[in-house]
Design a protein around this ligand. Structure first.
Ligand SMILES: Nc1ncnc2c1ncn2[C@@H]1O[C@H](COP(=O)(O)OP(=O)(O)O)[C@@H](O)[C@H]1O
Ligand SMILES: [Mg+2]
Length: 297
């Protein structure tokens, strides 16, 4: 028995692992965590791909591609429509060091690629509803994939529509659904709905032979937790609630930093922009906890 159906990974391996950053809650830190964890792993020598599946294009921006930079390029939507392959869509992750759009205005992040999103990804659920074959886009992508990435990091919009479903049904038990949530009791309470949604996906696919159908809520990431100077009582209560309810799957905390907001202004991921900030230090701890020790040096 293996916990990853070998038909959907190259050479019967259990990797790339699929990590789905999902929770039906806007501004919950999905993008911050997906990009920070991916960049931390990449800098430590583990290659990966971030899939920006949200029409707000946040992770595309943080990893070096705004709408101007993406003009004429293929995006996640082309994957969904089966019009392009992963290698045709994925771009080298980078961050802004200048103000223009020439090569010298960006520095490349080694070991990391980004599948950029587009505003049209807002119609992804409808595109699948119109043509049921499109529900297989991620299945086809996994079947065709032959690379050496360690993790696919999937950054989702805040919804449980048909597009997230088309990906979730391809997850197996060793893959992870990772709700990244702010330390706020109301965000912690939303995790229950996610667990119910995953149970619905499993139920729907039980006994099906063509897909693994076992998305598992085996990690929870709490961000914006209290520090010596940030002592919100709501954040403290959220941490207590998360510990009591989900202690067994709770990752090390990612502490609060007002500077985390700068990611979007500076178009640069947190581990590179502010490597010594509390959350950047904590994302390194999270990745170490998950077994991604530094093998770059
Ligand atoms: N550790 C942190 N402390 C404080 N604010 C944070 C932290 N991490 C992220 N943020 C901020 O939270 C906001 C929402 O984050 P984002 O990752 O865009 O959420 P989502 O992708 O779930 O919509 C952003 O303004 C971001 O800068
Ligand atoms: Mg986001």
């Amino acid at each position: 028995m293996t916990a990853i159906d070998p038909r959907f990974r190259p050479n019967g391996r259990n990797w790339p692992l699929i990590w789905a950053y999902l929770i039906e809650c806007g501004g919950s830190t999905k993008t911050s965590s997906a990009t920070s964890m991916a960049v931390t792993a990449a800098l430590r020598g583990y290659p990966g791909v971030v899939f920006d599946l949200d029409s707000n294009m946040s992770s595309s921006l943080i990893l070096g591609y705004d709408e101007t930079a993406l003009k004429g390029r293929k995006t996640a939507l082309d994957l969904l429509y089966g019009r392009a392959t992963l290698d045709e869509v994925a771009l080298p992750a980078r961050y802004r060091i200048g103000t223009g759009y020439d090569d010298e205005d960006f520095a490349t992040i080694p070991n990391l690629r980004i599948v950029p999103s587009s505003p049209a990804m807002a119609g992804a659920d409808t595109a699948i509803a119109e043509d049921a074959d499109r529900n297989d886009w991620f299945l086809e992508l996994l079947r065709a994939y032959e690379g050496d990435d360690t993790v696919f990091y999937l950054d989702f919009p805040a919804s449980y529509g048909k597009m997230p479903y088309s990906v979730l049904r391809m997850l197996d038990e060793e893959d992870s659904v990772i709700p990244s949530i702010k330390a706020d009791p109301k965000d912690v309470k939303l995790v229950k709905r996610l667990a119910e949604e995953l149970e619905r996906v499993r139920e729907k696919n039980r006994g099906r032979r063509s897909v693994p159908g076992r998305p598992t809520l085996n990690r929870i990431l709490l961000t914006g937790t209290p520090t010596a100077t940030y002592k919100e009582s709501a954040a403290r209560r959220a941490a207590e609630l998360a510990q009591a309810t989900y202690g067994a799957v709770l990752l090390p905390y990612v502490r609060y930093s007002a500077d985390a907001k700068k990611l979007y202004e500076d178009e640069c991921p947190l581990p590179i922009l502010l490597p010594n900030s509390a959350p950047a230090v904590d994302y390194r701890k999270v990745m170490t906890h998950l077994g991604f020790i530094d093998r770059a040096r």
